[in-house]
Design a protein around this ligand. Sequence first.
Ligand code: PBG
Length: 292
Amino acid sequence: MIYPIFVCPGEKVRTEVSSMPGQFNVSTDNAVQLAREAEKAGIGGILLFGIPPEKDEVGSDAYDENGIVQKALRAIRENVRDLLLITDVCLCEYTSHGHCGVIKHNDVQNDPTLKLLADAAVSHVRAGADMVAPSDMMDGRVAAIRQALDSDGFTNTPIMAYSAKYASGFYGPFREAAGSTPKFGDRRSYQMDPPNAREALREIALDIEEGADIVMVKPAMAYLDIIARAREEFDLPLAAYQVSGEYAMIEAAARAGWIERERIILETTTAIKRAGADILITYYALELAKML
Ligand code: PBG
């Protein structure tokens, strides 16, 4: 299991995400605390997302050696040993327009974005990340990141690629947490169309060809068929991401007294595992580790 953490500027900050009760934007000191908790719980790793102090057109904080995630990584690395530190590599949390790539003529530019993503990945690993997880869905980014890591000497650092990432309504609460809702348009030109199944297999095959070490299907609950098909087709480790909207739905229904919370948490995560996921990224990771 992998636990996602949203790191924000400041000290002693712990702001609850209103659409994700129980999940917080935390400053570095509190991120260290959460990492310690994750280590103690014995989960596989944490996945860091950065909420920078300032956003700009080109997402500069994403690849700044003193960016929000880079600083958090150094602090966590100093305090926590037996925990895999993974970083989300994307621009949308860092750009003023909220898109995952750079914009020209009101459109996301695939190729000029690749260099920035590669720079972000290298800066994360230099700051202590054990693995990088590109979530932007630009074409060719796994190869670009692999090449950049290799030429910086990080030949052994693995890439967990968000390979089949759908343009989903389930990311709403995350975008509230990260302030990353696109200011215009949507992500449908780079994320996948929900009715498409075989395209997911093509996307996964491309990422593997480019050098991905772990591939991912996202979201999870509404895409169990894709997880199962990916499991049949490919023999790389397969990750699935139970995303913010999935978490929010369970929490909301539980609060209303309409479902049994713990039972549903166990049932949904069991289903994701049953479908074929080896690795589960979930906001329930800490709690589940204790439950199990
Ligand atoms: C960044 C990114 C997103 C998520 C993970 N990485 C949001 C998006 O694509 O809009 C979503 C995670 C979640 O909803 O829990 N591109």
